[in-house]
Structure formats: structure tokens, C-alpha cells
Design a protein around this ligand. Sequence first.
Ligand SMILES: C[S@@+](CC[C@H](N)C(=O)[O-])C[C@H]1O[C@@H](n2cnc3c(N)ncnc32)[C@H](O)[C@@H]1O
Length: 239
Amino acid sequence: MNEDYYSYVKEWFTKWAPVYDFTDVFASGIRKKVLEFTNAIEGSKILDVGTGTGKQAFAYAKKGYDVVGIDLSEDMLNVANRKNRYGNVQFELADAADMPFKDNHFDVSSVSFALHEMPLTVRQRVLKEIVRVTKTEGIIVIVDYALPENKIGRYLVYHIVRSVEGKYYPEFVKSDLKALLRRLGIKIEKEVSIMLGASRILRGLTRWERNLAHLGSIFSVPPINGRKTLGISTEPSFC
Ligand SMILES: C[S@@+](CC[C@H](N)C(=O)[O-])C[C@H]1O[C@@H](n2cnc3c(N)ncnc32)[C@H](O)[C@@H]1O
């Protein structure tokens, strides 16, 4: 099943890479907002997971942070590398579910609009890896799709975004991401809704009152029970 996902992501982003930055006009302003929201101290080492064409990584680099952006798609990284005029950002081809970094390496890990591209099993692994490579009480910033509070807004946003997004979006947006983060020992400190409620930024801290042994048990849960055990909500009434 995960082989499917890996070939799907590579093909999907080979198609999107040449035009991806044109679609980013919809996210204009978000990069700066994420930077402010992250509020990392000077000299921080930042990991940008699923960096794509590097938009968020460059926003961090412009502020002087040391940035590493990783991605599965060579085509997306080629675009990022062509635009790279900064000595303090580097891009690496790597799977976020199995990162080539040692434990406690980064002060901040940031992931923008990548988690909704993954099935639940991969998303869990990626978040677990993010926690592993981020320092104790380091900052984790997640930017991704959400649904507005009101019923009509939810209906419209869900159907519009679903029509343009990849195949894992429906499950992602209906899942309880905050419950999953909490189970991984991430304390969510701040949250802001963006794009009229179609997305949100979450800022958390790693390893607060965390018991690493407990993480092992989360990931040994067979996928068939995953929805229940991980607090994933059932289909909402709007779809
Ligand atoms: C929608 S793009 C977002 C790019 C960028 N973060 C942004 O905000 O514009 C999602 C990116 O996640 C990458 N991705 C998906 N699964 C990944 C994985 N397991 N490891 C690394 N990158 C992954 C894709 O290749 C793609 O470039």
C-alpha cells in the first residue's frame, strides 16, 4: 500500500513541479505569517519537511536561520535548487518517514502543506520522525488544510479543495490531527486559522511530559484499528 503512495507522490509532483510556484499565489502572505508564528530564536537550525520548491525554506533563510529542506520529489527539489541564492539553505532528497538525521538535531521542524499528501500510516511515521529529530522542547510548526467551523463553509471548502487536491486530502481533513499530535507528545501552544478557515497553522513544543516507550505502542497498532485508537473522527455529516 505504501509503495503505491511513493510512486503516486513522485508522479503527482513531477506533474506539478513546473507550475507549482504559480499556484502559490493562493498562499501569498502565508510564508511570512508562518515565519512570524514560528518565532524561532536567532541562529536556530530549521528543518523544512516536504519542502517542495522551497518557498517556506527561503522565507526562513532570508531571516538568517540555517535551513535544511527535504523532499521525496527530485522534480520539486530541482525547482528549489534553481532558485537557491542563499548560503544558509540546502535541499536534500529524503523520505520524511525515514530521515537521515540524528536525534535532537533541529531547533525547529516545519511542515507546510505536505501532511495531507500522505496516508495515515505514513503521516504517523513522518510526525514521529519529526519529533525524533527535533530537540527536546523544540518547536514544531504545521501548516495544512482544515475546515471552517460553520456547516456551509465546511461543505464548500471540502468540495472545492477536494476537486483540486491529491487523493489523501479527504481522509486527512476529516482526521483529528491535534489528537494525533498530542499522542506523540507534542504540546500545541498556538493555532491560527488562515485562508478563510480552509487551512491553519499550529505551533507546538516537542517532548513535553513525554514517555518515548509510549510512542512505540502507538505505532504498533494495526492500521485496521487506527481510526479508533488514534482519535480519528468518523465521516462528518457534510459529505
Ligand atoms: C503540496 S507540496 C508542499 C510544498 C511546500 N512545503 C509548500 O508549502 O509549498 C507537498 C510536498 O511534500 C512532499 N512529500 C510528500 N511525501 C513526502 C515524504 N514522505 N517525504 C518527503 N517529502 C514528501 C512532496 O514531494 C511535495 O513536494
